[in-house]
Design a protein. Sequence first.
Length: 292
Amino acid sequence: MKLKYNSVEELVNAALSSNQKISQIVLTEQAEDMELSEEMVYETMEKSFDVMRQSVENGMDADLRSPSGLSGGAAAKLKKAVDEGRNHYGHLLGNAISMALAVTEYNSCMGQIVAAPTAGSCGVIPAALISVLEEYKLPKRDIVMGLFTASAIGMVIAKCASIAGAEGGCQAEVGSASAMAAAALTEIFDGTPEMVSDSCAIALKNTMGLVCDPVAGLVEVPCIKRNAMGVANAFTASELALAGIKSVIPADEVIMAMKKVGEQMSPSLRETAEGGLAATPTGCRLCKKIFG
């Protein structure tokens, strides 16, 4: 069965009929399409994961500051609190949130990141996967394979709705990244293909209607902290799905609903910096300060 990435249901059915994980089906098909060995395709994905890990490390620099002065240093501050046992909601969550901040702060400083699915939402997937890799000492291959599952979900969303803030608001960026991360996590922890679908649906439902309102038009405020929210949402969605809690609305219907909500959003709330937080007195003051 050749995947067309027209629906999450297609991915689930393909996995069930072949008794394989979604990640393995995607890897096999990508290798066939590219006329490469599966190991070569895997190694390409592994290199992307290595870039993710490096961006986490580089983003933890306490002296990191963006050219605008709007961001930098937050990841290091939270990581220090986690390392000293001063955070209140567990080591895994604290670590993951600090990683999400690190990658997005590094992006704002023009560092190399993996836009998964976009630069504005680049912190969610690395934070989710690297934090569980470290917390549970998981095999690296399991994590990299999880990226194939995440990518399949992302391809469906991109094809059926949007992953662009300018088209669908932040629900299409951080929301999609959160859904992709939740799907990967669910499979990594041996969730069924149906659970993968449910985790995707739940994550997207939790971010439905999220607007894109970057202060001064820069991918910093509130984007960086929304990535921290996105990884927490991915954990929540995966935890619910792995416990057998289903999404009442199927994933594909949620994706279509997200598309319609994005179309109904005012243009001022879709990456134009003309509404939301960007239009607040402080947002306007910061814009004037940065650009004159």
